[in-house]
Design a protein around this ligand. Structure first.
Ligand SMILES: Cc1cc2nc3c(=O)[nH]c(=O)nc-3n(C[C@H](O)[C@H](O)[C@H](O)COP(=O)(O)O)c2cc1C
Ligand SMILES: CCCCCCC(=O)C(=O)O
Length: 351
């Protein structure tokens, strides 16, 4: 066991721990952004530019931070984003994160995860492979195992250029496998870069599960997503790991929410490191947010327990920010509740 003498107060403490104790190749893979990492870093900086307009004397003695996503209640509006290869952080891998999203590129199989967390809220993240029959089977396995939604990740026709991964010659250690793809004879780089919007119809023909599209950053694509019948949109730039120099997700969220006009649920991920970031995202119209790297840091710290600690800290910070801003219930992504002022330093939370 690694030393755990640090007292964990905020998510950056978990980051420091993971950086110190993970093997360099794993840390570099988790931390990586594309090219100069400017979008990765901008995801975080953009939150810092947003300021609250807090209101006082609003009786925040009783607070309700529950919300619903696609009809299911969650205890507070934070979920776990799909991130690859959890066994690089903790031996149990995705079994420890099974209450979140599970992905194609996991080091545990769909079946192992279902067994580890029966009955939990679970969505399956899909990459479409050139071998469509394999993708079809994955979708159908996920549906049969009780996953409640499909997330189609749209921003990875090819993997972005992550310099440290190139320098390190990153690949999975021989004892770790992409278990969901075993038996299909697929090389790991068999993703289909010819996927288009029409493939949403193909996916729809395979499953009755709600489809959520992940990786949307513009009003034009948000319109297309609604037109193609998805049930949800995750505003995401893959944690800045794909196209560098694109917008920070919290900035893109505003135009996506405006374009969608409440027709489907909108979520956001990227750069969420504090409870006040969650509040800002909600105030700007997200129904729920997802954390990627912070969940991996929690896993690296203490497996499932470490992840729970990350979530608990984020929940406490979120609750406190809400109370200090004069809010006592979660707005459920109803963007009309908040006045989004078009000033340089955007102010949120004014109703
Ligand atoms: C190590 C790592 C692996 C990832 N793997 C996937 C993946 O397999 N599928 C996917 O849709 N997104 C993947 N993502 C992107 C995350 O789902 C999410 O968009 C991003 O991590 C959010 O940013 P954050 O890390 O700043 O919270 C990955 C991100 C990281 C950091
Ligand atoms: C063949 C591509 C696999 C990438 C899986 C993980 C991922 O999305 C990442 O960002 O890393």
């Amino acid at each position: 066991l690694l030393p755990r003498t640090m007292s964990m107060v905020c998510l950056s403490d978990f980051e420091a721990y993971a950086k110190k104790y993970l093997p360099k190749i794993a840390w570099d893979y988790f931390a990586a952004g594309a090219d100069d990492c400017s979008t990765r870093d901008e995801n975080i900086l953009a939150y810092k530019r947003i300021r609250f307009r807090p209101h006082m004397l609003r009786d925040v003695s009783v607070m309700d931070i529950r919300t619903k996503i696609l009809g299911s209640e969650i205890s507070f509006p934070v979920g776990i984003a799909p991130t690859g290869f959890h066994q690089l952080a903790w031996p149990d891998g995705e079994k420890s994160t099974a209450r979140g999203t599970l992905l194609t590129y996991s080091t545990c199989s769909l079946e192992e995860i279902s067994e580890a967390a029966p009955g939990g809220l679970r969505w399956f993240q899909l990459y479409i492979h050139r071998n469509r029959a394999a993708s079809q089977q994955l979708v159908q396995r996920a549906e049969a195992l009780g996953f409640q939604a499909l997330i189609l990740t749209a921003d990875l026709p090819y993997t972005g250029k992550r310099r440290d991964d190139v320098r390190n010659g990153f690949r999975l250690p021989p004892h770790m496998k992409v278990k969901n793809l075993e038996g299909y004879g697929l090389p790991p780089n068999s993703l289909d870069p010819s996927v288009t919007w029409n493939d949403i119809y193909w996916l729809r023909s395979l499953t009755r599960l709600p489809i959520i599209i992940k990786g949307i950053l513009t009003r034009e694509d948000a319109e297309l997503a609604v037109k193609h019948g998805v049930q949800g949109i995750i505003v995401s730039n893959h944690g800045g790991r794909q196209l560098d120099e694109g917008p920070a997700t919290i900035d893109a969220l505003v135009e996506v929410v405006e374009a969608v006009r409440g027709r489907v649920e909108v979520y956001v991920d990227g750069g969420i490191r504090k409870g006040s970031d969650v509040l800002k995202a909600l105030a700007l119209g997200a129904k729920c947010v997802f954390i990627g790297r912070p969940a991996l840091w929690g896993l690296a710290y203490k497996g499932e327990e470490g992840l729970q600690e990350v979530l608990r800290i984020l929940q406490d910070e979120f609750r406190l920010s809400m109370a200090l801003a004069g809010e006592y219930f979660v707005c459920n992504g109803c963007y009309r509740c908040f006045c989004m002022q078009a000033c340089k330093i955007r102010s949120v939370m004014d109703r």
